[in-house]
Design a protein around this ligand. Structure first.
Ligand SMILES: [Zn+2]
Length: 100
């Protein structure tokens, strides 16, 4: 074929390289990047919605965004944390009972 003589490139080699060398690297990088992003996002996201959490909820490991950083939402989250993780809640609140 004419491109073989002009560019000294074997189209089968290019196709094989695309299929076996380039796309698996792109796919692996995308999967790894997504996994790292998702892990970091889940760790620091708001406990009530999808936004990044910037305010800590006292006595829990939760964070809230600017929309949910009010006393009503924080009280609900503390109550939810007390029900969901009783041992951790007790530990985070100094072992006092009824502290929410
Ligand atoms: Zn939120």
């Amino acid at each position: 074929m004419f491109w073989q003589s002009w560019f000294n490139v074997d189209p089968h080699h290019v196709l094989r390289s695309l299929v076996y060398d380039i796309w698996p690297n792109i796919a692996a990088s995308a999967i790894l990047g997504t996994a790292i992003f998702w892990r970091l996002y889940k760790k620091d996201k708001c406990a009530s919605c999808w936004r990044p959490g910037v305010h800590r909820v006292e006595g829990t490991h939760y964070r809230t965004c600017h929309k949910h950083s009010n006393s009503v939402d924080h009280k609900k989250l503390r109550e939810q944390h007390r029900r969901k993780y009783p041992v951790e809640h007790k530990l985070l609140n100094g072992g006092k009972r009824g502290c929410n």
